[in-house]
Design a protein around this ligand. Sequence first.
Ligand code: BV8
Length: 245
Amino acid sequence: MSGPGAIVVLTGAGISAESGIDTFRDKGGIWERHRIEDVATPEAFARDPAAVHVFYNDRRRQLVGGDVRPNAAHHALARLETSWPDEVFVVTQNIDDLHERAGSRNLIHMHGELCKARGARCGVVIARDEDLTVETPCTSCGTSGALRPHVVWFGEMPLELERTYAALGSCALFVAIGTSGNVYPAAGFVTEARQAGHAHTVELNLEPSAGETLFAERHYGRASEVVPAFVERLLASETIEGSGT
Ligand code: BV8
């Protein structure tokens, strides 16, 4: 007897909003205060690395500062991973570590991680909670000033796409949580899951996203309420409602 099927969950900044981490495109969001071209492209880093380091240092200090912690939505996904009879795979666009801190293990950060740095020369990735500056030496190759945030900027290739597309092609359920559906290729995952995987597709968000009509099922509200309720319903029935359309 085969199980109910694998689940792929895509999360975005909205799942961390109630943990106190700013989203990007909401009112007062990060892209209202900074221009992407100044802080989140390889060209920006080449032009003014100090400004890019300040942008990420500020966000890293907030994350590691102590009063940011996972919320009920992160914990619900960790519970789903341990209790669901088939695979649960979380692909996050977020660079915070709240999914890990809530207990999620089968997880990838397609846009990188705020608490990791990468040697721009050697490509070695290291854990890094402290500030980065243009003088910080790479702990692997020793080159001064060669460390960059281990973050995927606009125009750069997201991480582990092959593994992600394989999961999208074989899942029975695709759930997008807390994402506005503006950034690709992540915003195209729902279509991939429907076409390649014939998956049932669900959007859980504060408000309809740009890809709203692509989802077979939609529930709106705050992630800390909507996600636990959705996970409870899934675990109670152990079936995936509906089928990919
Ligand atoms: C690439 C790291 C080549 C940095 C980020 C078509 C195909 C492929 C690429 C493109 C394409 N069209 C355009 C492109 C280029 C570009 C792109 O998408 N541009 C956009 C602006 C049009 N994409 C790229 O450059 C990507 N790379 O294309 O490589 C390639 C080509 C083909 C195939 C593969 C590769 C790289 C993009 C990655 C950039 N890096 N982050 C950092 O964090 O500083 S993106 C950035 O946006 C963050 O990662 C963020 O997570 C992400 C997406 O934003 P969201 O997470 O959705 O956040 P947002 O604020 O927008 O929305 C929050 C939502 O939450 C809202 O809907 C809100 O209602 C909701 N919400 C709020 N509060 C709550 C809530 N929901 C529930 N509860 C709440 N309490």
